[in-house]
Write a protein that binds this ligand. Structure first.
Ligand SMILES: Cc1ncc(COP(=O)(O)O)c(C=O)c1O
Length: 383
């Protein structure tokens, strides 16, 4: 077949090769401590599972409207009022198959071919792919520890050009777990709008913050797009469900795209998600948030003690982004070595962009404290 040119710009995740190798080693009887996986190890809370089963038994197996089940859109709007004190009309909420599709809808609506989309580097790798699919160009803003691995207004101004259509931010970020300060977010919003561009904020790791409550970007303005998901805080990765909040005048366009691209998010998952906001589910999720916090509070000093440089204490997500240059300046080779020789799987920096990837790795604390202790013990012995 004649393959489209854009395929050359699309990279596989190096961590998938590592995961494949880890599975091979496990099949051969080796024990591997997994600190590379970007999803909660907890299963979906039982009340949500029960609601999903009930929905199937009741025959809810048809499409919903493309924008989502009206009851779920209302429930999400109520969540914004409860959790953030921000009033959102349910009509501005669109339910999507994961944040993945929310990001793609937002970009498809805003970006012309040849445009630029600015984003932090390191950042979530799929964002670059979504932009390439539109024959547009991702522009990485190299972010460092001094700004908490989030772009500053000065950096965005420097990277902005006439081709720039949008700025895409994530708070807390993957891979760094750091939050964007509210005043910076406000300034970035104002700058982007002053240039005629749009702001998209990925809040998928909201709910997973430790000791600080992240405020939604919707508190800054209605005139931006927020992406969120049931995957991380709600522990529903496999149900493929997320949502976006868009300005009122964009709902029609997003609805049109959703109708054409995926018809509707999974019906069973939408019914199940109605139970995700119950007191019972939230109590379970808050206990898990506490468990993630304990893991972070163990792993961060332990890795620093081993010689990894982690200059910023991350406020959220379940990642630690570490400078490993004391051990290697080829982080991919280093992660392969750790897997083979120490039995510990982590993610190399190359998966997150082109900003000093060779000297960075990402640790995910999506495994039990006991496993983390064992991982640190193995790393200590090997290093
Ligand atoms: C920053 C970020 N955005 C979006 C996604 C996509 O998540 P999902 O499609 O499962 O909601 C991920 C998944 O890891 C992520 O880390």
């Amino acid at each position: 077949m004649k393959i489209a040119d854009r395929m050359q710009a699309i990279q596989p995740f190096h961590v998938m090769a590592l995961l494949g190798r880890a599975r091979e080693l496990e099949a051969a009887g080796r024990s591997i401590v997994h600190m590379e996986i970007g999803e909660p190890d907890f299963v979906t809370p039982q009340p949500v599972i029960d609601a999903g089963i009930k929905a199937l038994s009741a025959g809810f197996t048809h499409y919903t409207p493309a924008t989502g089940l009206p009851a779920l859109r209302e429930r999400i709007a109520a969540f914004y009022l409860d959790r953030y004190g921000v009033s959102i009309s349910p009509g501005r909420i669109v339910v999507t198959p994961g944040a993945s599709l929310g990001l793609q809808l937002a970009l498809a609506m805003l970006v012309n071919s040849g445009d630029n989309v600015l984003m932090a580097d390191p950042g979530y790798p799929c964002n670059r792919t979504y932009v390439h699919l539109l024959n547009a160009q991702p522009v990485g803003i190299p972010v460092h520890a001094d700004s908490g691995y989030q772009p500053t207004v000065e950096q965005v101004e420097r990277c902005w050009s006439r081709q720039a259509a949008a700025l895409l931010l994530a708070s807390p970020s993957n891979p760094t777990g750091t939050l964007l300060p509210e005043d910076t977010l406000r300034q970035l919003y104002e700058y982007t709008r002053s240039q005629g561009g749009s702001l998209i904020v990925d809040e998928i790791y909201h709910g997973l913050t430790y000791g600080v409550d992240a405020q939604t970007a919707l508190a800054v303005s209605d005139d931006l797009i927020v992406i969120n998901s049931f995957s991380k805080y709600f522990g529903m990765t496999g149900w493929r469900l997320g949502w976006m909040v868009v300005p009122q005048d964009c709902v029609r366009g997003i609805d049109k795209l959703a109708q054409n691209l995926f018809l509707a998010a999974p019906t069973m998952a939408q019914h199940a998600a109605l139970a995700a906001f119950s007191d019972e589910s939230i109590a379970i999720l808050e206990t898990r948030r506490q468990a993630f916090r304990e893991r972070r509070d163990f792993l961060l000093p332990a890795l620093r003690g081993l010689g990894f440089d982690i200059p910023v204490t991350p406020d959220g997500a379940f990642y630690l982004y570490a400078d490993c240059s004391r051990f290697s300046d080829d982080s991919y080779a280093f992660t392969k070595q750790l897997l083979e020789e120490a039995g510990v799987a982590i993610t190399p920096g190359v998966d997150f962009g082109g900003n000093q990837p060779g000297r960075h790795v990402r640790f995910a604390y999506t495994t039990s404290l006991e496993n983390l202790h064992e991982g640190v013990r193995r790393l200590g012995e090997y290093l």
